[in-house]
Ligand binder design. Structure first.
Ligand code: NAD
Length: 275
């Protein structure tokens, strides 16, 4: 399967479809990621706070896949950057992953009660210069947080990873990202299953003889977003990747667009200040 790649503003490319491992238990991560690599995924999205970087690293090491064929993202936890430990945090993640570099390092949340994320961004720029991460970006940043990073930093984030699915499309965030040359990644792209019974999703799935999950994945791909659905079930891991043999029509895509209902499942970044 040839997964399309998306060009980022730093000259690198990212596979548009990947595999996410939030809530995959540490003890299962190696097996689950091995399954994903077996069916062809080459882009893995993890985070320090997921607690499963070691398992991800084990699966990568055991796969025998050349490092340059893989795209690995991890994320900087808020408590680490608030304590001024951004660079140590990436070194710890690399050690757990068993890698010399990650492809993408993201600030996980802005946690905007203070502006510690601005110092974190400066440290991220240094980590990129040191070669410990190819690309640097942010996650859950609202346009106002992006503006502050653009004022304080010298590098424009390559990525903003935010919650996006048919029930929460975040159009103003996507427009702000695009204006600055930042690519948007969709987290919880399947709304964790919450849109699988919605009529436009069911209709598109039936018309193409695919599952609702596959129809939603196609909708993201055709709308140009980068995504990494999660599953721990081998059949679903495989079918979520088997999405390159059909295409939704513009009418099917816009019917799914119409499912927007402010259906947020995660925290609102403006009010979320974890430590
Ligand atoms: P998702 O939208 O990918 O949904 C996953 C769930 O949907 C599964 O647990 C399963 O219940 C169901 N599912 C998956 N495939 C299915 C199929 N084929 N048929 C039926 N049901 C199916 O949810 P997610 O895990 O929240 O998001 C994906 C990834 O996004 C995460 O693993 C993580 O990597 C990333 N993420 C990032 C943040 C962030 O703050 N940056 C937050 C949440 C998630």
């Amino acid at each position: 399967t040839a997964v399309p790649t998306i060009a980022l503003n730093d000259g690198t490319e990212i596979p548009q479809l990947g595999f996410g491992v939030w809530q995959v238990p540490a003890d299962d991560a190696a097996d689950v990621v091995a399954e994903a690599l077996k069916v062809g995924y080459r882009h893995i999205d993890t985070a320090a706070v997921y607690g499963n970087e070691e398992g991800v690293g084990r699966a990568i090491a055991n796969s025998g896949i050349p490092r340059e064929e893989l795209y690995v993202t991890t994320k900087l936890w808020v408590g680490d950057f608030k304590a001024g430990r951004t660079k140590e945090a990436l070194r710890t993640s690399l050690q757990k992953l068993g890698l010399d570099y990650v492809d993408l390092y993201l600030i996980h949340w802005p946690s905007p009660a203070d502006e510690a994320y601005l110092d974190a961004w400066k440290a991220m720029e240094e980590l990129q210069a040191e070669g410990l991460t190819r690309s640097i970006g942010v996650s859950n940043f609202l346009p106002e947080h992006l503006d502050r990073v653009l004022e304080a930093g010298t590098i424009v984030p390559a990525i903003n990873q935010v919650e996006i699915h048919p029930a929460l499309q975040q159009r103003s965030i996507q427009e702000a990202d695009e204006k600055h040359g930042i690519k948007t990644q969709a987290w919880s792209p399947l709304a964790q299953g919450a849109v699988f019974e919605d009529e436009p999703v069911v209709a598109a799935a039936q018309a193409h003889g695919v599952s609702p999950a596959q129809a939603v994945i196609r909708w993201h791909l055709q709308r140009g977003r980068i995504l990494f659905p999660k599953s721990v079930t081998p059949e679903r891991i495989a079918s979520n990747f088997d999405v390159f043999g059909f295409e939704l029509s513009e009418a099917e895509l816009s019917a799914i667009d119409s499912l927007e209902r402010d259906g947020r499942s995660g925290p609102n970044p403006a009010e979320f200040n974890p430590s």
